[in-house]
Design a protein around this ligand. Structure first.
Ligand SMILES: *Cc1c(COP(=O)(O)O)cnc(C)c1O
Length: 390
């Protein structure tokens, strides 16, 4: 590819779709057409029907494929549509080894939908390689990784899992939503399918729901394309354009948010009213070294525990800056309550087994001045102390 010699930052802006070949337009044109006139009866053009291929969606698919170091990208109507379509690579009788603190929607898909089609699963703590090995069965066809995981920021060795998967003739899926190719490239670490909720950092402005998948193998690309076209959960063109617009600033957004996330993680770690902070760049994070080895940063999401649910309620009702909401990876900081939001689909007993307590909050750091966020958290934590005394 013509821009391959340049850095990731530059390639976010200068890719093969940087200008329209016909008009010179420096933004990808939005092609609304659902169908395309065919000039010959016996040989159709590249585009025939927009579910199968559309030039606007195709541009996004090319761009994400290049950024992830794959050969083909696929854009879907949501992250879950991308993930669910990728699971259709499996068949009845197959088995998946999957990380235990997986995204709540993926948990729901695997436990309540795939099981109805005879696709079995085993949840494991993927940081424990022995557990992963013990979960393998003769019919294991896929390993499903999320790293860092949600919401406890556990780090899985993508290379080790991919090697194990290959040895068992199974595929490795990696949900790369938290880090994006700006910080981590799972295909280069040996994974077969990279998945994204592009709703998060890739688009970055809390204004679009989208999903992406990328593969590096021609045969797998054909199979996934067949499934994308068969299942039909494709991304609309306006939304594809919004993701491309967001992608242009991915690197600066993530760099700034990541810097702020480390400052905030340290601040929370040193605060007497915070019980525990989960962030892979902190000195006491058990997989800090692995994170540094396989990714070029720890990202902009961290989680922390307060003393109990009451303390959490007081804190949440007193913070002023972050929005209190589902989702992450946006220009504004987002404070989430995993037990009632991302992991609400997981029964309480399962959540507790995984260490997702009712006193745990997740913070996705945005682009506010970090000092303002820390000031805000300080005053909210002070309210907690007042509550304790009274
Ligand atoms: C949000 C999210 C998803 C689901 O994506 P949607 O776009 O909401 O369908 C999957 N994985 C992770 C890690 C997420 O954060």
């Amino acid at each position: 590819m013509e821009h391959e010699e340049f850095s990731f930052e530059t390639r976010l802006l200068h890719n093969r779709h940087k200008m329209d070949a016909q008009t010179g337009a420096v933004s990808v044109p939005i092609q609304h057409a659902s169908t395309f006139h065919q000039f010959e009866i016996d040989s159709f053009g590249k585009y025939d029907y927009a579910r199968s291929l559309n030039p606007t969606r195709e541009a996004l698919e090319d761009i994400i494929a290049e950024l992830e170091g794959g050969i083909r990208g696929f854009a879907f109507s949501s992250g879950m549509a991308a993930i669910s379509t990728a699971f259709l690579l499996l068949s009845s009788g197959d088995h998946v080894v999957i990380t235990e603190d997986v995204y709540g929607g993926t948990y729901r898909m695997v436990t309540e939908v795939l099981t109805r089609f005879g696709i079995e699963h085993t949840f494991v703590d993927m940081t424990d390689f022995d557990q992963v090995k013990q979960a393998i069965r003769p019919n294991t066809k896929a390993f499903y990784v999320e790293t860092p995981s949600n919401p406890l920021l556990k780090v899985t060795d993508v290379q080790a899992i991919s090697q194990l998967a290959k040895a068992h003739n199974a595929l490795t899926f990696v949900d790369n939503t938290f880090l994006t190719p700006a910080l981590q490239k799972p295909l280069e670490l040996g994974a077969d399918v990279v998945l994204h909720s592009a709703t998060k950092f890739l688009s970055g402005h809390s204004d679009v729901v989208a999903g992406l998948a990328v593969v590096k193998d021609e045969a797998l690309a054909k199979r996934l394309y067949f499934l994308q076209n068969s299942f039909g959960a494709v991304l609309g063109v306006q939304d594809a354009w919004l993701v491309m617009r967001g992608l242009k600033t991915l690197h600066v957004r993530l760099e700034q948010s990541q810097k702020a996330a480390l400052q905030i993680a340290r601040f929370l770690e040193n605060h007497p009213l915070i019980e525990k902070v989960y962030y892979p760049a902190l000195e006491n994070h058990p997989e800090k070294e692995l994170q540094e080895k396989q990714a070029s940063g720890a990202g902009a999401v961290l989680s922390f525990e307060l003393a109990d649910e009451d303390a959490l309620r007081t804190f949440v009702s007193n913070v002023k800056i972050p929005v209190f909401a589902v989702s992450l990876g946006a220009v504004e900081s987002i404070l989430s309550y995993p037990a009632k939001m991302s992991h609400a689909a997981m029964p309480q007993a399962e959540r507790e087994k995984r260490g997702i307590k009712n006193s745990l909050l997740r913070l996705s750091v945005g682009l506010e001045k970090p000092e303002d966020l820390m000031k805000d958290f300080s005053q909210a934590l002070e309210k907690l102390q007042v509550n304790k005394l009274s």
